[in-house]
Every structure is written in C-alpha cells, then in structure tokens.
Ligand binder design. Structure first.
Ligand SMILES: Nc1nc2c(ncn2[C@@H]2O[C@H](COP(=O)(O)O[C@H]3[C@@H](O)[C@H](n4cnc5c(=O)[nH]c(N)nc54)O[C@@H]3COP(=O)(O)O)[C@@H](O)[C@H]2O)c(=O)[nH]1
Length: 771
C-alpha cells in the first residue's frame, strides 16, 4: 500500500515539476515586460490540472506579479510576498525560479492538492480490497471445489484403509473416481492390496500345509516364542508326552525331563538362546503316567529375513524302541546275557581305560580273577538251569560286595573278574577279597537245596605288578591258579615267585616226559586194615618219582602237572600195570589173602580215557591178577564232573570184574541221588574228616553219617588218614569197615610191604598184635 502511495506521490510531484518548469519558462518574457495579463494566461494553463489549487508568480522584488486560483478554492489567495515553503501542510507546494539568461528574475509558486492523490489511493485501496475479496471468494470457491476433487477421494481412501485394518480383510478395494494422480494412487493402493492378499493367501496356504504336515508328522513339533513361551505343539508332541489337550509351560516341560538329563538340556537350551547354537540331544522323559520315554530332540532359533528373532522351532522323535534295540545290542556286545554283568570285551576295555587313568592319577587299582570252585559238578549234578541260577546269585553277591565304581564281569563259564579302582593300599583289596569269600559262604537255595559255593581269587595290582593289560590278566589268572592250589576258597596276591614257580612247573613238565623212559618212577603201597580184626584187606598203590637231582618227589607235586599235560595217561597205565605185576606175586604166594585188593588211583583224565577199559583188561590178562583183586580209586570230584558219563564208564569198568572205590568222599559235593546210581563198592571217607576227630564234632557227625549211609547202600567204608587211637576208636564205634593211615602203616616199598604182611599176620596169629 505504502508503495502504491509513494509511487502516486512521485507521479504527482513529477507532473507538478514539468508543469511548473513550462510555466516558469514561458513567464520569463511576460515578467520582464511586466505583462501581468500574459502571466495570468500562462498561469491559466494550470486549470488543466484540477489538483492545482493556486499558482503565484512573484517578481524580482518578491512581490506578487500574477496569480491563479482554482475555482473550487477561491477563498484562497496568493500571498503578496513569496510564501515560505511549508512541508507540513496537507497539500503539495513547489517553487520554480524564473530566469533570464540564467539570472533569476522571479519565482513561480504552485500549490497542488493531495485530494487526487488520496482519491486515487482510495480508489486503489477499494480496488485492491475488491480484488482481495474476489480472490478470497475465488479461493474459497476453489478450495471447496478442491475439497471435492482431492480431499474426498483421500478420505475415501483412508476409510478404506481403516476398514481393511479393522477387518483384516485384504479383499476390499479402494474406488477409483478419476484418472488423475489420485486415481494413480488408488491404483497403486489397490495393487498393493492385491500383493498383500496374494501373499496372505500363500502364507495361509503355507500355514495350512505346515499344520497338516505337523498334524500328520510322525515327529513331535513344537514352537517357542522369543519370550520362552511354548506357542505351539502338534498332536504327536502331545502323544509322546502323554498329554491330552493342554499346552504346558516351558518350565513344566523341563520338569518332565529325567533329572539325569536336565542339566545337559538346560546347558544346550541356553546355548541355543544365547549363542544361537542348534540342539541335538538324546534324552529321557518321565511322562505324567510315569512311563519313561527316550526322545531325540532337535531345536534351533528361528529368524526372519532381517535377522529378527521369531522364536525357536524344534522336533522330537520317540526313540525308545531304537534305544532299547541299541541297549540290547550293546548289552549283547558288552554284557553277559545270563548275569547282566560286563562281558570279557567290556571288561578288557574298562581295564585298558583304568590302567591309563592309573598312570595319569598315580593311584593304584586291583584286578581280581575269580574262579568258582566245583561249579561244573554242581552244574552237572543239579542241571544247567540250577547252574544258571547259581551263576546269577554269585554275580549278584559279587556286585553287592563291591563299590558302584568297580566293575564285576563274567568272562567265561564260571570265571569272574573284578576291577577295583581307586585303591589306596593292598590292605583295601584284602578286605574286599575277604568280604567276597564271606558273601559266597552263605548257602544259596536252588531247587529246594542249600548249595554252598566258593571261589578261588587271584589278585594283581597295577601299576605295582604291571601296566600291561595282558600281563595283568595273566598275573591274576596265575594268582587264582595259586589260590586253587592252596586249597580253594581263598585269595592270593600275585607275586614274582609265582612266575618263578610257573617256570619250575614248565621244567617239571619237560622232565616228566623223560621220567618213564628213564625208570625214575617207583611204587609204594599203603596197607588197608580191617577195623574188626586188623587183618590186611588190601593196599593202595602210590607213585613216587625218584628224581636224579631233586630226590624224592611226591605225587602231589607232579600228578597235577601230568594231568594238565596229558602225561598222566602213560604214567597211570604204567602204575596200573606195575602195581598188578608187583602185587600179583604177593597174592600168588598167599602173603596177601585172595580176598585182598590192590587199589590203584585213577585220575580224571585217565577215567575218561576211551582206552581205559581195554587197558584194564590187557593188564589183568598180562599180570594174571584176578579182577576181584583189583580196585580202582576214583575221586568224588572226578565222578561228579560228568555224572552220566561217569556212570557209563563205571559200569564198563565193573563189567571187567574190577571193584570201584570212591576216593576223598565228602569233598566233591555229591548228591545222594547220584551216589545211589554209582556202581561203587567202596567209599573212602576223606582224611580231612578223620583228622579232627575227636575235636570236631561236626566232622564226627559227618563221618558217622557217611558210614551209615554207605552201609545202607551196601558199600564197604574205608577211613583215610587214621593216625590216632581216638580216631580208630571212633571209627570202630561207628562200624567203619576198614582203616588206612599212619596208625597202621606208612606207604611201603614192595619189600617193606612183604615184611609188614608177614609180621602182621604172625602177630595176629600169635596174639601179640596191638596198636
Ligand atoms: N592218579 C594218581 N594219583 C596218585 C597216585 N599216587 C598217589 N596219588 C595221589 O597223590 C596224592 C598224594 O599221595 P601221597 O603223597 O602218596 O599221599 C598219600 C598218603 O601218603 C597219604 N596218607 C595216607 N595215610 C596218611 C595219614 O595217616 N596221614 C597223612 N597225613 N597222610 C596220609 O594220603 C595219600 C593217599 O590219599 P588218597 O589217595 O586220597 O587215599 C593223593 O591224592 C593220591 O591219591 C597215582 O599213582 N596215580
């Protein structure tokens, strides 16, 4: 506005200047000549401009020379003298110098009214107002129009969007009204909806597929959200857990895991959550119905395309059957199916590991080798099923005797091993060995019978004795053998001396081979005496080895070796033949009565030798000894090894007319039912029962019972090892038939026997016989 006013004012002032300068120029001559009329004519040109209020020309003397007053302002006059210029007046006024030859000769004063200017300005204002008003009206109009054209479609679009969001219905479409930019926007929006709908459809299809797949899946599937909440499980998952419909908490699920596996599961779960590691575990579940289920668990974290965590997805499969099969396979491969103990393979494996650990830790470990005494006999007597029950009972007792860390194994028929780990001193092992012997000494009831069993235990220590697994096994075996030698039902620690003895044993084996050819064996005969009249009823043949360097070697030392190597067959045959040859002369000479018998010991190997009976017949024939004068002593243990075969062999022997005596009776776990079936003529009560008479009441009772029983079975009873008068008295009181022992005579050479028989006969005949 002010600009407009300023420009109008400048226009007015410029116009006034042009007008003033023209009039001043024209007034030069009229003023020179004082022609007032011409001056006024000149001034009258001011009429043309209605805004001029007055024009005044003053001469050189400053006196008014001519004037013009606008008709509307006749009340105004020109002052007589040149008026002062007053800028504060409402009107414009301006002075123009009238010059002649550049010399001022007068002054023109023109006053112009601002009225036009203001009028023009007002007009401008009015016009501007009208324009603005029109513009506003137009703007409002246009805005209204625009509202319809732009805002409504936008509102429609946003309503559509709101409806889609509220209803989650992506099939709704925005309506396109125009083919303008908004139309394009609607097209784009609808295009986007189509894409979302397509993606939704494929997502729903994929979800449906996922649900169907998981519903039909043979594996249990579960989903956990990022906040560790179990979000989804399929039916199979519920079935495996024995759950119906409820979805348990993750914590509840963890509580269904076997306590032995829970630490492992939690550690793996934490690794999955914090380190994004996948889980693959085999664990046990304890279901609500208390059933145990082995499962294979797989789980891993689930992320979207941007790596944002969506949760965890996992699968479980019921591997109980697989595990059972695996356990069964492992059991078959590593465990003894009868006792459930570790087998030889597993034992060796554990022994190897234990030796390595001993080398690392610097601690000691003991290996025990156990062999059941007389197992074969029990097995044969009571049957294999009874043998199995016995083995199982022994296994249980062994297991209960040792600590959980120790390994008890069955490595063969009646052979067990025990690995005692973390041993401080050999005294600890000794305590365990004693505990084992004690545990096994309690009778085991099988088929209504109380069976007493025992074991012989060999013990070796590592690293003390060796750190080689095979050597340790050999050591323990050797020590066990030693325990057997020491009378069974005991334990022996391995020592290098045992090794030494084995070397001796090997040397003995070698020398035995040559002993027969070199005639190093001799025979001695121990008389058997009637306990009724002290007559000599027979003799027992006992072998002796006269070693050229070692002197006299008793059969205890070489018979077991000969038995092991099989040399006993040759040695036994030699004894049988020699005994018959030597005694036949005594019989022929009548020094031995015709009722007397020469007894020869038969070892187990001899007894089962298929040529035995033929050999007996040959010997009888060669030596001309009557069969009824020959008696074969077979130990109870030999007979009990294979009862049925023993009966058959005995019957064959009996068919030759030769008598059979059961030796060492009472030590071989015979059962009465078998004794009854054995074709036995003589029963020899073992020396171990006689030796403690009269101190051991048990032994006395047993001996008395055995004598009574043998008599009931029509057997002759011979008591072995009679050394004292008390023993003799007891045996006589209990009607024992015969006695053999140092009380009557020690084993005698043939010559000594000859003398003994004659002297004994004479003493009895002349009544000087006394004991
Ligand atoms: N297969 C063969 N075995 C044989 C043969 N010769 C002997 N043997 C067996 O060797 C074992 C030991 O015999 P031996 O050292 O000869 O001892 C016998 C007797 O000397 C001993 N005995 C006899 N009376 C007493 C006595 O009062 N006290 C005592 N301490 N010892 C005594 O007993 C042995 C005889 O025992 P047994 O045979 O059980 O009747 C021994 O088992 C022999 O059998 C052989 O040729 N073949």
């Amino acid at each position: 506005m002010s600009l407009e006013y300023y420009l109008s004012r400048q226009d007015t002032e410029k116009k006034l200047t042009v007008l003033g300068e023209v009039i001043a120029d024209r007034a030069t001559a009229a003023l020179t000549f004082g022609d007032t009329a011409l001056l006024e004519t000149n001034l009258s040109t001011l009429k043309a401009d209605t805004s001029i209020l007055r024009g005044c020309i003053y001469g050189e003397d400053q006196k008014l020379a001519a004037s013009y007053i606008a008709v509307d302002h006749l009340k105004d006059t020109c002052p007589d003298n040149v008026p002062r210029l007053n800028r504060n007046t409402y009107n414009f006024s301006q002075y123009f110098t009238i010059s002649r030859d550049k010399t001022p000769i007068g002054t023109l004063f023109i006053e112009s009214s601002r009225k036009d200017l203001l009028q023009r300005f007002n007009q401008f204002l009015i016009f501007s107002g009208i324009i603005i008003l029109a513009a506003v009206v137009l703007a409002l109009f246009l805005a209204n129009q625009l509202k319809d054209v732009i805002a409504r479609p936008m509102r429609d679009l946003s309503n559509t969007l709101r409806q889609i969001v509220n209803d989650k219905d992506y099939s709704i479409r925005a309506v396109k009204e125009n083919n303008d930019e908004l139309g394009d926007l609607v097209d784009l929006f609808n295009g986007m909806l189509i894409t979302i709908e397509d993606e939704n459809v494929s997502l729903k299809a994929s979800e449906e597929r996922f649900r169907k797949l998981t519903a039909l899946s043979p594996v249990g599937i579960f989903q956990v959200d990022p906040k560790q909440k179990l979000q989804y499980v399929n039916q199979r998952w519920r079935d495996i857990h024995g759950l119906t419909n409820e979805l348990p908490d993750l914590q509840d699920w963890f509580e269904m895991i076997n306590p032995k596996d829970i630490v492992m599961v939690q550690e793996s779960w934490n690794r999955m959550v914090f380190d994004q590691e996948s889980i693959a575990l085999e664990i046990r579940l304890v279901r609500r119905d208390n059933a145990h289920t082995w499962i294979h668990l797989l789980a891993s974290a689930l992320h979207d395309r941007d790596g944002e965590l969506l949760g965890y997805l996992g699968a479980i499969s019921d591997i109980s059957e697989l595990k059972a099969a695996q356990i069964q396979m492992e059991n078959l491969a590593f465990y003894d199916p009868l006792t459930g103990l570790a087998n030889r393979r597993l034992f060796k494996n554990r022994l190897e590991k234990a030796v390595k650990s001993v080398l690392r830790s610097g601690k000691s470990m003991a290996l025990m080798f156990l062999d059941m005494d007389q197992f074969k006999r029990i097995n044969d007597t009571l049957g294999h099923d009874a043998g199995d029950i016995l083995l199982k009972a022994v296994a249980t007792r062994l297991n209960n005797t040792v600590r959980e860390n120790d390994t008890v194994s069955r490595i063969g028929g009646d052979e067990f091993t025990i690995l005692l780990t973390d041993v401080q001193q050999s005294q600890d092992v000794l305590v365990v060995a004693e505990k084992i012997l004690k545990a096994l000494s309690r009778p085991i009831r099988i088929k209504g019978q109380d069976i007493v069993t025992s074991v012989s235990i060999g013990i070796t220590m590592t690293p003390e004795d060796s750190t080689d697994v095979n050597t340790l096994m050999k050591n323990a075996d050797l020590a066990m053998y030693w325990a057997k030698e020491m009378g069974r039902n005991n334990f022996q620690f391995f020592s290098e001396d045992m090794n030494h003895s084995i070397l001796e044993h090997l040397a003995l084996e070698k020398e035995l081979k040559e002993a027969i050819q070199r005639n190093q064996f001799t025979l001695v005969f121990q008389p058997k005496v009637s306990l009724f009249d002290y007559s000599t009823t027979g003799v027992e043949t006992l072998i002796r080895w006269e070693h050229p360097e070692k002197g006299l070697i008793t059969p205890d030392h070489f018979i077991p070796v000969a038995e092991e190597t099989g040399q006993i067959i040759d040695i036994g045959n030699w004894v049988l033949e020699q005994a018959c040859r030597q005694i036949s002369s005594l019989l022929r000479e009548g020094i031995l009565p015709p009722t007397a018998k020469v007894a020869v010991n038969l070892s187990a190997k001899q007894f089962t030798d298929p040529n035995l009976v033929q050999h007996i017949r040959t010997v009888l024939e060669i030596t001309k000894i009557p069969p009824q004068c020959l008696e074969l002593e077979i130990t109870e243990s030999t007979l009990m090894e294979d009862v049925e075969t023993a009966i058959a062999i005995m019957q064959e022997i009996k068919s030759t007319g030769v008598a059979i005596a059961i030796d060492d009776f009472g030590t071989g776990y015979s059962s009465l039912s078998y004794i009854k079936r054995f074709p036995i003529d003589v029963l020899k009560v073992d020396r171990s029962f006689v030796m403690d008479i009269p101190d051991d009441k048990n032994d006395m009772a047993i001996t008395a019972a055995v004598i009574a029983m043998a008599h009931k079975l029509s057997m002759n009873v011979v008591a072995e090892g009679v050394e004292t008068r008390e023993q003799l008295q007891f045996l006589r009181q209990n009607n024992c038939d015969e006695g053999q022992g140092y009380l009557f005579s020690r084993p005698l050479s043939l010559g000594q026997l000859h003398r003994f028989l004659i002297e004994n006969k004479a003493r009895r005949e002349n009544g000087t016989y006394h004991i």
